[in-house]
Write a protein that binds this ligand. Structure first.
Ligand code: HEC
Length: 113
C-alpha cells in the first residue's frame, strides 16, 4: 500500500538531483574561441567572440565565413545593418554595430583565418 505512494516521491527526488547536477556543469570554452579574460585581445577580436559562437569552424548548419575576405564580411554586415525590413538574427546583430566596429570585426576575422 505505502510503496505505491513512495515510488513517485523517490522518482521525483532522483529527477531533481539529476537536474541540479546538470545545472552545475561548467560551460567549456571552445578551442577556436578567444577567452574574454585575455586583456591583450584587440577590439576586433573581442567583438568577434559572439560571432564565433554561431559561426564556429566546426559548423552548426550556419554558413562558415572562415574563407570570407574582410571586404565580403564588411559587405554582408553593412547589408544586414542597413536592410530596415530584415528580422533575422544577423539583422539584429548588425544593427547594434557601428561602421567602425564592422570594419574591426571584418579585419580581425580575415586576419585570423
Ligand atoms: C545567433 C547566431 C549568430 C550570431 C551570434 C552571428 N551570426 Fe552571422 N549568421 C547567422 C545565420 C543563421 C546566418 C545565415 C543568415 C541567412 O542566411 O539569412 C548568418 C550569416 C552571416 C554572414 C553571411 C555569410 C554567408 O556567406 O552567407 C556573415 C558574413 C555573418 N553572418 C557574420 C557574422 C558576424 C561578423 C557576427 C558577429 C558580429 C555574426 N555573424 C554573429 C547566425 C549568427
Amino acid at each position: 500500500m505505502m510503496s505505491s505512494k513512495i515510488g513517485p516521491i523517490i522518482l521525483g527526488a532522483v529527477l531533481t538531483l539529476i537536474l541540479l547536477n546538470a545545472c552545475q556543469r561548467q560551460a567549456v570554452p571552445r578551442a577556436d574561441m578567444p577567452l574574454l579574460t585575455d586583456t591583450s585581445l584587440s577590439k576586433g577580436a573581442l567583438l568577434s567572440v559572439s560571432c564565433n559562437n554561431c559561426h564556429a569552424k566546426t559548423g552548426l548548419g550556419i554558413p562558415n565565413y572562415s574563407n570570407h575576405s574582410a571586404k565580403r564580411i564588411k559587405k554582408y554586415l553593412t547589408f544586414y545593418k542597413t536592410d530596415t525590413n530584415g528580422t533575422s538574427v544577423m539583422h539584429r546583430m548588425a544593427r547594434g554595430l557601428s561602421d567602425e566596429e564592422i570594419a574591426l570585426i571584418a579585419g580581425y576575422l580575415e586576419a585570423s583565418k
